[in-house]
Design a protein around this ligand. Structure first.
Ligand code: FAD
Length: 389
């Protein structure tokens, strides 16, 4: 099979890229696109909820489950800090509604359900070898190949934490949530001996919400530990009363300073998580995936080499490495660190900072609100740490 572009993986990155490639600007022909996705089974990611922030209307607004203009952070004790997002909106899109909406709009796309086993890269194109569920082997040859499969092994890193969480979509018997405000970080959860923990509440109505328990730490917990933590959070902290759990969401997202090589060959590139779209200090990736795939599609449409741009500037990644190392060593208290930033930095600037879109002088000013001595000590130490596989 021959085409202009082959995309491996139909997750957030693969579907977004295919969707954008097939919507060229006026006067430009859409490239021919083949999307190779693993058949249902262990390689397919579980359904998930993506939250991201945007100014004004966005491409996916029609498919959102909810959106909010207010964020709140709870300190371990004392009154919460509430922030109005101004021109920004915090948006929630489920992978299922994204999939349902985007797939029928991929006019002209050829979809192959098969496991991609290898890519042969040459200067004039890439060939993806894949195997369908019935054992048939297929080869797709394309001018450009984009790979969004999770990396087979984790690249070496100096700092390696995991953001791991479990959430309940729940319905309470009585009104219990403020539908206008997201609880972004609720530090009233008992803090683990290593790393940090917080609750996260995405209200869908006064009686429905996605309530999550999250930790930043070295290892995910056994399933029962999340359930205990969620029972404590929903009962003793939120005091929700009686509720039913309608669905469960689980996840773990690597938080590391590993380098993700976006170029896998002359004609082959990595996108999405595999292409470094996850912000190490927060685990957010969806907005970066949109920026990355938008840029790649524009390069393909204009006939240029479509090397995906870096999702975040180097200095943002360097600051993340310091933060993660500070948390890992126990030098920084996560709750104190995030509370201070949330309290002191205007929310629009803070969210632009998390997107890696602030100017150096803004970052300097944000840096002044962090515990300067432990941050400097950690900054001085990082260059001497070995990157370990
Ligand atoms: C539970 C959860 C919640 C998250 N919530 C947020 C959030 O709120 N906001 C945010 O910004 N980020 C969030 N993230 C992080 C990030 O946005 C997601 O992980 C995102 O889904 C990554 O998209 P991706 O396309 O890079 O990878 P994936 O979604 O993992 O897609 C990889 C694709 O590759 C396919 N594949 C794998 N192996 C093969 C193979 N051999 N052959 C063919 N196909 C293959 C899979 O079927 C899949 O379609 C969350 C992550 C998780 C796990």
């Amino acid at each position: 099979m021959h085409c202009d572009v082959v995309v491996i993986g139909a997750g957030a990155a693969g579907l977004s890229l295919a969707w954008r490639l097939l919507r060229p600007p006026p006067g430009v022909d859409a490239p021919s696109v083949v999307l190779v996705d693993a058949p249902p089974g262990p390689l397919r990611p579980s359904p998930r909820t993506w939250c991201y922030w945007e100014q004004g209307p966005g491409d996916y607004d029609a498919w959102l489950t909810a959106s909010w203009n207010g964020l709140r952070l709870h300190r371990p004790a004392g009154p919460p800090v509430r922030r109005d997002l101004g021109r920004l909106t915090y948006k929630m899109l489920t992978s299922e509604s994204f999939d349902r909406a985007v797939r029928p709009r991929l006019t002209g796309l050829r979809l192959i359900e098969a496991v991609a086993e290898g890519i042969t890269d040459r200067a004039d194109g890439g060939t993806v070898s894949c195997r369908a569920a019935d054992g048939t082997e297929r080869r797709v040859r394309a001018r450009w190949a984009f790979d969004s499969r999770p990396p087979a092994s984790r690249p070496p890193a100096r700092v390696r934490l995991v953001q791991h969480f479990q959430g309940w979509f729940l319905r309470t018997e009585r009104p219990a949530f403020d539908p206008h405000t997201v609880d972004l970080m609720d530090f009233r959860t008992p803090q683990p001996p290593h790393g940090l923990s917080f609750g996260y509440v995405l209200p869908l109505s006064s009686r429905e919400a996605l309530v999550e328990y999250t930790e930043f730490g070295r290892e995910p917990l056994p399933d029962h530990a999340y359930q205990d933590a969620l029972r404590h959070y929903t009962g003793s902290v939120l005091g929700l009363g009686a509720f039913e759990v309608c669905a469960v969401e689980r996840g773990s997202i690597p938080m590391t300073d590993a380098r993700h090589d976006r170029r896998a060959g002359t004609s082959t590139f990595r996108i999405g998580t595999a292409g470094g779209a996850v912000r190490p200090s927060t685990g957010y990736a969806f907005a970066a995936i949109q920026r990355q795939t938008r840029a790649v599609a524009a390069l393909v449409h204009s006939g240029r080499v479509p090397l995906p741009p870096a999702a975040y500037p180097r200095r943002s990644l360097a600051m993340d490495a310091v933060l993660l190392r500070g948390i890992d060593t126990g030098r920084l208290s996560g709750p104190e660190f995030f509370t201070r930033l949330f309290e002191k930095v205007p929310p629009e600037r803070l969210l632009r900072f998390l997107d890696g879109r602030t100017k150096p002088y803004e970052e300097f000013r944000i840096g002044l609100h962090t515990p300067v001595v432990p941050m400097l000590r950690t900054t001085a130490e990082i260059p001497f740490l070995a990157r370990r596989a």
